[in-house]
Design a binder for this molecule. Sequence first.
Ligand code: CU
Length: 633
Amino acid sequence: MFIQPIDYFLAVWFALAAASTLYVGFDQYRNNPEPVVMKWGFILVTLYMGPLGLLLYVLADKEPRPGEHEDFTRPLWKQGVGSTIHCVAGDATGIILAAVITATLGLPMWLDLIVEYLAGFAFGLFIFQSLFMKSMMGGTYWENVRKSFLPEFISMNFMMAGMAPVMSFLMMGRDMRAMEPNELLFWGVMSIGVIAGFTLAYPANVWLVARGLKHGLMTQRPQANETSSGEPTAHQQHAMHHPNAGDGRRSRNTSHKSKRSGHQMETDATTPQIAALGIVSVLALAIGMAAPANWLNLTLSARDVGGAIMPQGMIMGRDTPAEAMRDMAATDPRRVTSSYALAAKGDQELPFRLENGVKVFELRPSVVRWQILPNVAVDAYAYNGQIPGPRIHIRQGDKVRIDVTNDLPEETTVHWHGMILPNQMDGPAEITQPPIEPGQSYSYAFTATQHGTYFYHPHAKPDRTQALGLYGALIIDPANPADEVPADHDYVIELQEWLVRDGLTYPSMPMEGGMPNFFTINGKAYPATDTIPMKVGETLKVRFIGTNNGFVHPMHIHGGPFEVVARDGETLSPSARFLADTINVGPGQRYDVVWKALRPGKWLIHCHIPHHTTNNNVEEKGGGGLMVVIDVG
Ligand SMILES: [Cu+2]
């Protein structure tokens, strides 16, 4: 499933790469008079470099008109392309195969790079260079290995010097799906890496070809005149070009016929020249492999970060642990099990069944897509497909049991905030109970001895999972109705902060990269929030619940003061009640306030941090986010 614009781009890129490769392969076997090793070199490199591989092929190697290949491929820059193609085809194949295997095994990134280097070098030297070239050039296998070693070493060093940092930075960047071989992004990084490796290896290859240390492009044609004289068609003519070489050597190369005579190259490079280039190549390799460790945690593996997509602006240093990355990662849209339209409401009263006088409730947290505005949805964690979770409405003295089944992709527990209950029913993971693993269940049972406004939320990674939507109201009516502070209307307000960017939902946290840009009351942002209808003279009890994680929200009501009648579930004695028009609702706090409709009109309940009454900094219909209208008729 495509979840980011880059996924569509990559699909087009790889379609072009496939078409380019088909063309190059077709043209190679129909028209191109060159040895098999070069044919495969161009086919593989075009597969890795897509249209760029095609471009190199038609500019440097494709025979323009019959019989012109020898002359066409003679310029040094084309010979350098041929030599680099040759190296990259072998090395990159080894590197990519190793990358798939190490990612699947879950090896740390630093070990990945070393295995990839060794595999690339081995593949290039032992298979692509020595094995394929042996049939071309003659000589024994080990003779080819020995002669190829130094030029292959230098070329591979530059290749990996380009490829390693590209892989490190792009695989461990914001979108770490790039570490997973089953994602297009992984293959996109491989492509960019090969292009970078090619670019860095090219200058060295030009020099190596010019000095007769490596082969460039070659021409290999069946000899028509020899077939007529009864010789088998396998007798072929090789043409190898070393543009620096004198005419004598070139003519000797092009004139050698059926008798294979081993490596034709003689180098005029000096030992200090080769040594200096070798040292620089090792230095480039060391920088390419090690420098990214200044910024990236190369001890992590693909398995550690599991394809996480990180928020923009999160500080990720070389010491950021994998768990911190998983904690801040976006909800994976592919985990969403059901979607809800804007009309869907949270905080629905949860039905129960009676078992031996116990009220039994069921909670199932799962991953849902929840509409907070007509054009904005969050990929959230939700109890029973609702945000806020369903309201558990009971009476003081009730015996209750809540069966929780975890349908989330990560562990959870439930904490009954403010309740007096047995310790093992309290919910803190690892402290009073083992966390409820995905697919597992746990039952919470207690007797409600208190009454008032309470709520429930997870106590396993609440920084992530509560921020993604796990919370719900627990409203307990007093056993004696006279203990209830009366009002004509009763309205619960559950606050929440969201971080939605690039179509992904991240757990909002008060830290770099985690700041929220959407805010909801009961799972909707204004103007999608409720309107509370009232008549002049009526009273409204608002139960503010700090179900959010990050901010203290100064909640304000227009049109006259309210009376604060309860705090954190505890009803205030009449002498302790007070009038106010703004109350600071911090995370975990509850305030019950009673407001009287004195005048007709549209009166607001809203947070007094103005950023919290916008939707991604945009005002719609006079506001946004934490805003509800009381419509007094
Ligand atoms: Cu606020």
